[in-house]
Design a protein. Structure first.
Length: 345
């Protein structure tokens, strides 16, 4: 009797994780509106800025944070897919300096192609991460869809004075990144059957690690701006931070943390299509200075991350405590130049 072959979830999706994101230029076209801002005087953060979540002022010193995120499988294991998608969704709350309160699930499932018990494992994976974050998975919505999709809509809360935006960096701030880059490239290698199991376990661990530090960073006045690095890559989210703050970011390439082994795959030409889409959308805002290994940097810095690290812009007085937590700074904010990001060796 022939065994039924194991289902590989990544074979049912044309994209993977946050690499599914619509390219920044296309998204700008979609979000165009003639509606004047502000459309609600209680809305502290909305579509007028390119931030991680919407924030609504409750009027009592507290604000509600609301966000949603979902994508197609980035790994084959359904439980891990659910964990990764949930951790990525909750990250937007932490990126605003907030505390998550509850989540509801978003599930799309090709019911005629993949058994329902596999979807159950995906949801259970999401529930396990919610429990780790200390919140309930309180409900959700599901549809029959051509590709498997999972994510969460998450509600959080933050004292208004602790709210962190991505467009409030200050000149002289140091930049810190809390997780290494390379998830997009390594997940592409995994989809092609090239990734060793040990490296797969490494990226799964990174993608399922909650960015809980954001809640504590929200309490630090010297942390001026914060965002998380996801589908637009390190450069895309840094461009949003620098441009929104009216500054230029100077990046020190040798200080950028990368997952061990990712450069080897880049050298072999293994990287996701999302990297090229990202660069095509915002490459004009970036300069590579003499001494930067451009062929590598071009593929690493726009690499789409899934539940990537927090990108922090903080006063230089916080350098030592943040170094202890997150390693060396990866750059600094300087007065606006002709490019939004300048990559130095």
């Amino acid at each position: 009797m022939t065994e039924t072959p194991a289902i590989r979830l990544t074979q049912f999706s044309h994209g993977a994780g946050c690499g599914c994101k619509i390219a920044p230029k296309v998204l700008d076209e979609i979000l165009k509106t003639s509606v004047a801002w502000p459309d609600n005087d209680k809305l502290l953060v909305g579509n007028h800025s390119r931030d991680d979540a919407a924030v609504y002022d409750l009027g009592n010193g507290q604000a509600i944070i609301s966000t949603t995120d979902f994508f197609m499988p980035i790994v084959d294991d359904p439980f891990d897919f659910g964990r990764i998608a949930a951790a990525n969704s909750i990250s937007d709350i932490y990126a605003m300096g907030g505390k998550p309160l509850m989540a509801i699930a978003v599930l799309g499932w090709p019911v005629n192609k993949i058994p329902a018990d596999i979807a159950q494992k995906v949801v259970e994976g999401g529930r396990s991460i919610c429990q780790e974050a200390g919140i309930p998975l309180a409900g959700g919505h599901s549809i029959d869809s051509p590709e498997p999709i999972f994510g969460l809509a998450v509600t959080g809360i933050v004292p208004v004075e602790n709210l962190k935006k991505n467009n409030t960096a200050r000149e002289g701030d140091l930049l810190f990144l809390t997780k290494p880059l390379g998830v997009g490239t390594l997940s592409t290698a995994q989809k092609r059957g090239l990734l060793p199991e040990a490296m797969l376990n490494l990226i799964v661990k990174q993608m399922t690690t909650l960015n809980k530090a954001g809640e504590e960073l929200g309490k630090m006045p010297g942390v001026h701006a914060m965002t998380d690095v996801t589908g637009f890559g390190f450069l895309g989210h840094l461009i949003e931070m620098a441009g929104g703050s009216g500054l230029t970011a100077e990046v020190w390439y040798q200080k950028i943390p990368a997952i061990p082994g990712v450069q080897d795959f880049i050298a072999q030409g293994v990287f996701p299509d999302g990297t090229t889409r990202n660069w095509s959308s915002y490459g004009e805002h970036v300069s590579f200075e003499k001494g930067v290994p451009v062929a590598e940097a071009f593929k690493l810095l726009p690499d789409p991350q899934t539940n990537g690290g927090l990108l922090i812009s903080a006063d230089a007085s916080l350098a030592e405590p943040l170094k202890v937590l997150f390693g060396e700074p990866v750059g600094r904010m300087i007065a606006a130049q002709n490019k939004k990001v300048m990559v130095q060796p």
